[in-house]
Design a protein around this ligand. Structure first.
Ligand SMILES: Cc1cc2nc3c(=O)[nH]c(=O)nc-3n(C[C@H](O)[C@H](O)[C@H](O)COP(=O)(O)O)c2cc1C
Ligand SMILES: [Fe+2]
Ligand SMILES: [Fe+2]
Length: 414
């Protein structure tokens, strides 16, 4: 995977099915998606053109700095931009629609199609005249002559206005962020022509960074699509590959990570400046392993929260072990805790806390934040000296026993 090799990444428009084209772009410039999440292999913003006998619809767009490339691709497919009747906004986030005001200035007959919730917030992001906004209700159909678009509300994936668009005749579901993945599209856009294992791994990380908090909504969206009996021949998200052979794989991955199976696994999120705390980490890890618990060590100072969220997904318990730093939780561990809180990762999981210090402790704020993250705190948070006393050792042993007991209710990882 090499996102910087521009000769390989500049994909032209690609036909997906008859009269439907991918006009997306690769972003190999951005280092952090949303200025938060590392994208070492870039990301794609997928947009699509549907050519009907009575007009053209563009489904979503791209981020601002790639607007020109996107518009040129649309022009390559349809010739005259005045043929564009609709620009469908499945989701307003600027990675998909920072390009839309420019497209509207060139495609003079085009109007945007959006959910009423989206129409309420569109002006907070883009200056688009009211007469160029068409609101559609859930289930509404829009005819392009011989092609029909149907709009399906799938709110809170991961903004309030999100919807999906379904092309009836060809069974293409344009799902926007849902089922998306990090990673630029190298050489091909199709699931059966790329390294799918890589993209499925990055879809899982993308999910844990962007969608995780809204897992319930992801499950609701999947069951809504099933209840509607939509036949999906092609699943076309707005990031990552277009699924035409392995639709089931990505849908079941989503179903699984939206209600992740928890294992007898403990993620130990720790920090240590001079190694004292790390010695405790090693002892805790060893005791847990001896009791049959799978242990994952995460040095919060060196593992980015994007990956931490991804690693803890299937852990039945998370153990936080950190020194006190200026009367506070060691900053990288505090940062990890804060991400777990924002994404509400604690739900269904237990947390254990061990804080080391030399003259004071930072336990109360950790208990509070982790409780707000949804964790059930196991026993008392343990505050110990950097070199534990026999009394400290006893407290740590008791906490480990609680952890082992807790994790007995989960199966071992296959
Ligand atoms: C910059 C700095 C600030 C510290 N602030 C505190 C503190 O506020 N309270 C305290 O008890 N210990 C404080 N310590 C001491 C460490 O927390 C304590 O020795 C620690 O548990 C050692 O763990 P380590 O060897 O894993 O880094 C501080 C240490 C450093 C280097
Ligand atoms: Fe988004
Ligand atoms: Fe997105």
């Amino acid at each position: 995977m090499d996102c910087t090799d521009t000769k390989r990444i500049s994909l032209g428009p690609r036909q997906i099915v008859k009269d439907v084209y991918w006009v997306g772009v690769n972003d190999c410039v951005k280092d952090l998606f949303e200025s938060l999440w590392p994208i070492p292999d870039g990301i794609s913003y997928n947009a699509y053109v549907v050519v009907g006998s009575e007009g053209v619809a563009v489904i979503d767009g791209v981020d601002k700095h790639l607007t020109y490339e996107y518009i040129e691709k649309i022009r390559e497919v349809i010739g005259d931009l005045d043929r564009v009747k609709y620009v469908v906004i499945n989701h307003l986030e600027p990675d998909h629609h920072a390009s839309t005001p420019t497209l509207l200035s060139l495609a003079r007959n085009a109007r945007v199609v959006i959910s009423p919730v989206g129409a309420k917030i569109i002006q907070t992001l883009y200056d688009i005249p009211k007469e160029r906004i068409v609101e559609v209700v859930d289930g509404e159909k829009l005819s392009l002559g011989d092609r029909t678009l149907r709009f399906i509300y799938t709110p809170w994936l991961h903004w309030p206005e999100t919807m999906m668009t379904y092309l009836e005749e060809e069974g293409v579901l344009f799902s926007c962020d849902a089922f998306g993945s990090y990673g630029a599209l190298i050489g091909s856009i199709f699931d059966d022509e790329v390294n799918l294992e890589y993209y499925l791994g990055e879809a899982r990380r993308y999910f844990s960074n962007i969608v995780l908090k809204y897992s319930r909504n992801a499950l609701d969206a999947i069951s809504k699509i099933e209840k509607l009996g939509l036949k999906i021949s092609v699943l076309a998200p707005s990031h990552g590959p277009v699924y035409r052979k392995h639709v089931d794989k990505i849908v079941s991955l989503y179903r699984d990570i939206s209600q992740p199976k928890l294992y007898a696994k403990a993620s130990i999120i720790y920090g240590s400046m001079y190694g004292r705390t790390e010695e405790i980490v090693e002892k805790v890890a060893e005791s847990l392993r001896k009791s049959g618990v799978l242990v994952e060590l995460i040095d919060a100072a060196r593992v980015h929260p994007s990956y931490i969220l991804h690693f803890v997904l299937d852990s039945g318990a998370v153990v936080f072990i950190y020194p006190t730093y200026d009367a506070a939780v060691f900053p990288p561990v505090w940062e990890a805790m804060n991400y777990l809180y924002i994404k509400q990762v604690g739900r269904g999981r237990a947390a254990a806390i061990i804080n080391t210090g030399s003259w004071g402790f930072a336990v109360k704020e950790a208990v509070e934040l982790l409780s707000k993250a949804g964790f059930r705190i196991l026993g008392q948070a343990v505050a110990v000296r950097a070199i534990p006393t026999p009394e400290d050792e006893k407290k740590i042993r008791e906490l480990i026993e609680k952890l082992v007991e807790e994790l007995k209710k989960f199966v071992s990882q296959p």
